[in-house]
Design a protein around this ligand. Structure first.
Ligand SMILES: [Zn+2]
Length: 225
């Protein structure tokens, strides 16, 4: 009888805790719906990667969040290359304009920009983000030095070269990774913060091929170098 009472109280306590977390920290719980405006949580990267299975919901999330984008027709350019359910980000911060990304990646870069880059720019540079310089998203190729298809082959990756703030000067991965303390700290923050958003994050400390950019994609799980 006592054991039964104990188990009932335990179940009630667990239920109460889960309901409390659902209200206060939904971003930590994998079964709650993703909200791009919510702070980063333990389940954010998992929720973003899970958008792959629901393109319509993914585009709806971008719309609800006010992200500027256009849907892009599916395209196959070669065996294993092309994109499906992709979107073009049309916000003025992207340079070159209009990167084409899978919808989950578009949602992920939106989350990264809002919850990682903007706060880091205010913290380290006392400035606001105005532009993101990138080296592209789509490229029909294998991973350098392997036969494995790159995530770029399906527009499921982006290479970030530099961030510009309202002061105008770019903070470049190539020049500033080991630059002034505030610039280096800013770049490390936006790299480390990306690890809470994307499945794979590669930067200058990974290898020489990444000395001038940060690579993000949604494959793997927490591969952060
Ligand atoms: Zn890349």
């Amino acid at each position: 009888m006592r054991a039964l009472l104990f188990l009932s109280l335990l179940a009630l306590a667990v239920w109460g805790l889960v309901r409390y977390l659902e209200r206060t920290r939904p971003q930590d719980l994998p079964w709650t719906p993703l909200d791009l405006a919510a702070p980063l949580g333990r389940a954010t990267a998992w929720k973003l990667a899970s958008l792959e299975g629901d393109p319509a919901w993914c585009r709806r999330l971008l719309t609800l969040d006010g992200v500027k984008f256009e849907a892009v027709p599916d395209r196959t350019t070669a065996p294993g290359c092309g994109w499906q359910g992709a979107v073009k980000l049309t916000g003025s911060e992207w340079s070159p304009r209009g990167p084409v990304l899978t919808c989950p990646m578009a949602a992920a870069v939106t989350v990264w920009q809002r919850h990682v880059v903007r706060p880091a720019a205010r913290k380290h540079l006392a400035s606001n983000l105005t532009r993101i310089d990138h080296y592209g998203t789509y490229s029909c190729r294998t991973v350098a030095g392997s036969a494995r298809q790159s995530q770029h082959a399906t527009s499921n990756a982006i290479d970030i070269a530099a961030i510009r703030t309202v002061r105008g000067e770019p903070i470049s991965v190539l020049r500033d990774w080991n630059g002034t303390p505030e610039r280096a700290a800013f770049l490390r923050d936006i790299h480390d913060g990306a690890c809470r958003v994307f499945g794979t994050v590669l930067g200058p400390d990974y290898n020489r091929a990444h000395r001038d950019h940060l690579h993000f994609d949604l494959a793997n799980w927490n591969f952060c170098r």
